[in-house]
Design a protein around this ligand. Structure first.
Ligand code: UD1
Length: 433
């Protein structure tokens, strides 16, 4: 059933919201369980369609997945014969490529449908292929599949940089392919994103020997065996950033719980430069374990300043926040410039925001935003996950009613978005399209 989101704009967000576990950490960590013996219990796995899709792919590969209370997932490999991730599942989510590395590393073979392009531009996998070849795998591209074989991969040094810098899932895949390999693998120009670090920390807990975590040279010393473990996923910095911008644009006051401020340095810095008030505080939860909890209070004031933003690999402003910043800047008096260095074609949200009255000119990888006094509600089309988040943000502040079609994109990355925003005072609901 196709659904649309209806938003009645103009209500400031007020209250507290808990940030979920990071989707982009959950996906590779779930896939990495293909490497392990025994059962893993992973806490903080958000309820998203992308997570469901990966569960289907893993189930198809002989892995048992069981949802437990408080966002936990139990994962056990039961049968390790199949090595194919078919087109019908992979086409739903390009991140499915993250089964390539662990399948090859543990089962000595992998056949994964090649992900197609999408509305954010081409999605090549040349760096993934370069990396596994460097470890000694034989790779063939045939009938729309990448087919890789190689019993016990051999450690090597591999430079993983492309035209747009490092690759997040490329780094994850090579790390997962190398952990059960022979000897030392060094990934130079490794992606340093917190989600890549989370995968490395999980693998180490499961028996891997990875060092240089979060640095440009990532070192993996092969081990013979890895075992299931317990782990908790880091909070989702993109979800947090999205709610920060939603709070700011509606001139509200929102307390975000469960965040790692260090993961959001560039985003917080930019919001502060715009004149948004952000306070971070860490306090004791008051329980026997002496657990600490970090909160972030975001307050939007009337006077925002225009800023220039460049989307870069971590620790720069994340490309996954670019569309949300564009929505916010569209109503800030003055001219702001956004440059996209990670996915240079990621601007499909611009035309939709312009339909709501924004004044944004997009040329190559640059958006020039001239702030308008207000946006007006209309029917818009979600084209990808973060573009749909930017339309929700715009709808929250637009005059009148905004209808967002093709809503399924938002459920790929935001759990129960309308319930959680409604709890903060937004007026929004789903309707049948
Ligand atoms: C991941 C994130 C996605 C985020 C992106 C960049 C997940 C599930 N998804 O995607 O939300 O927007 O990182 O932070 O974690 N590239 C190549 N060759 C390759 C692979 C990538 O040229 O083999 C290019 C891409 O086209 C892009 C850049 O490298 O221009 C970065 O992409 P990459 O980091 O690989 O993105 P993903 O890992 O797919």
């Amino acid at each position: 059933m196709m659904e649309k989101m209806v938003i009645q704009g103009g209500n400031p967000l007020q209250g507290s919201i808990r940030i979920n576990g990071a989707k982009n950490a959950a996906l590779p960590i779930m896939a990495s369980c293909l490497l392990l013996k025994g059962t893993s219990r992973i806490k903080g796995i958000p309820e998203l369609t992308d997570v469901k899709t990966l569960c289907e792919i893993l189930n198809n590969l002989g892995v048992h997945t069981k949802r437990c209370e408080d966002h936990s997932l139990e994962i056990t490999v039961q049968d390790d014969v199949n090595v194919t991730a078919p087109y019908d599942l992979v086409r739903k989510m390009r991140a499915s490529i993250c089964v390539l590395g662990p399948l090859l590393g543990r089962r000595g073979a992998a056949k994964v449908s090649i992900p197609g392009g999408c509305s954010i531009g081409p999605r090549p996998i040349d760096l993934h292929v370069k990396g596994i070849k460097a470890l000694g795998a034989k790779v063939e591209m045939k009938d729309g599949y990448v087919i890789a074989t190689g019993k016990r991969l051999k450690g090597n040094t591999v430079y993983l940089g492309g035209a747009n810098g490092s690759s997040v899932l490329g780094t994850c895949n090579i790390m997962m392919a190398a952990v059960l390999g022979e000897g030392r693998t060094t990934i130079t120009n490794a992606a340093c994103e917190p989600e890549v670090q989370d995968l490395a920390n999980f693998l180490n807990k499961a028996g891997a020997r990875i060092s240089g975590i979060g640095q440009k040279n990532l070192i993996i010393d092969g081990v013979d065996e890895m075992h299931g473990t317990h782990y908790e996923i880091i909070p989702d910095r993109i979800e947090a950033g999205t709610f920060m911008i939603a709070a700011a644009i509606t001139e509200g006051r929102v307390v975000l719980e469960n965040i790692v401020p260090n993961h959001l340095t560039s985003v917080i810095d930019k919001l502060e430069e715009m004149g948004i008030n952000i306070r971070i505080s860490t306090m004791n939860r008051g329980n026997a374990a002496g657990e600490k909890v970090t909160e972030c209070i975001v307050e939007g004031d009337k006077e925002f300043h225009p800023v220039n933003i460049t989307a870069l690999p971590y620790p720069g402003i994340p490309t996954d926040m670019q569309a949300q910043f564009t929505a916010l800047l569209s109503i800030v008096e003055g001219v702001s410039i956004i440059t996209e260095k990670v996915f240079p074609h990621r601007f499909v949200h611009v035309a939709e925001l312009n339909r709501m009255g924004a004044n944004i000119r997009n040329d190559d990888a640059i958006s020039i935003i001239t702030g308008v006094p207000s946006l007006s509600g209309t029917t818009v089309m979600a084209s990808d996950l973060r573009a749909s988040a930017s339309l929700v943000i715009a709808g929250l502040v637009a005059k009148g009613v905004t209808e967002i079609r093709r809503l399924y994109h938002i459920d790929r990355g935001y759990e129960k978005i309308e319930e959680r925003l409604t709890d903060l005072g937004a007026k929004m609901w789903r309707e049948r399209e």
